[in-house]
Design a protein around this ligand. Structure first.
Ligand code: FES
Length: 171
C-alpha cells in the first residue's frame, strides 16, 4: 500500500454507481465493515483490480482504516491489488491436485503463455495465479477461470480452454 498517495474525496475516487452498490451491500449487514469483501469486489468488477486510491476511498466509506481493509484484501486472494489480465486463472496448488500432477499442467500453462506463475501474458490476455485448495479435491486437478470452477483438468481440456481464450485476442 502506497502511504504517500494523495487522498482525494470519495466523489473523485469512486463512481456514483460504485458508491450506491457499496451502500446497498452495507445494508445487508449490521456493521458496515462486514461488507468489505463485497465492496472490494464491486470496485474490482468495474476496474479489474483495486488500486490504493480506491482502497482508501472504500475504507472511508466502510468506516474502517485503510490498513484494516488492506488486510481483508490481502487475505482474500481473489481481490487483485495489482493489474491483472482480461482473464485470470487460479490454478490449485494444494495436495490433492499435486497428487494428480497439477505441476505438469502448470508447466504446460507457463509454456503456452510464455510466463511464470504470478505473471500476465504479454498481450494482457491471461494472468496465472496459484490458489490454495479449491474445495473439489475428488475432481482434482482443478482451477478457476474468471470465477468459474473447472475440474478434472488435463492437458487437452487446458488446451481447448486456452485456444478459446487466445482466439478472443492475441493470446
Ligand atoms: S487440492 Fe486442489 S481442489 Fe483440493
Amino acid at each position: 500500500m502506497n502511504q504517500s498517495i494523495p487522498i482525494r474525496t470519495l466523489h473523485e475516487s469512486l463512481t456514483e454507481a460504485e458508491r450506491e452498490a457499496v451502500e446497498a451491500a452495507c445494508s445487508h449487514y449490521e456493521q458496515r465493515p462486514a461488507a468489505a469483501i463485497d465492496a472490494l469486489m464491486i470496485v474490482q468488477q468495474q476496474r479489474g483490480w483495486v488500486d490504493d486510491e480506491r482502497l482508501y476511498a472504500l475504507a472511508e466509506l466502510l468506516g474502517m482504516s485503510a490498513t484494516e481493509l488492506e488486510g481483508v484484501a490481502t487475505f482474500y486472494n481473489h481481490i487483485y491489488r495489482q493489474p491483472v489480465g482480461r482473464h485470470v486463472i487460479h490454478l490449485c496448488n494444494s495436495i490433492s491436485c499435486w497428487l494428480q500432477d497439477v505441476g505438469a499442467l502448470e508447466q504446460h500453462l507457463c509454456e503456452r503463455l510464455s510466463i511464470r506463475m504470478g505473471q500476465t501474458s504479454q498481450t494482457g490476455q491471461i494472468t496465472l495465479l496459484p490458489n490454495v485448495c479449491l474445495g473439489c479435491c475428488d475432481k482434482a486437478p482443478a482451477m478457476m477461470l474468471d470465477g468459474e470452477l473447472i475440474m478434472d483438468l488435463d492437458k487437452d481440456k487446458l488446451d481447448s480452454i486456452l485456444d478459446k481464450l487466445q482466439g478472443e485476442g492475441n493470446g
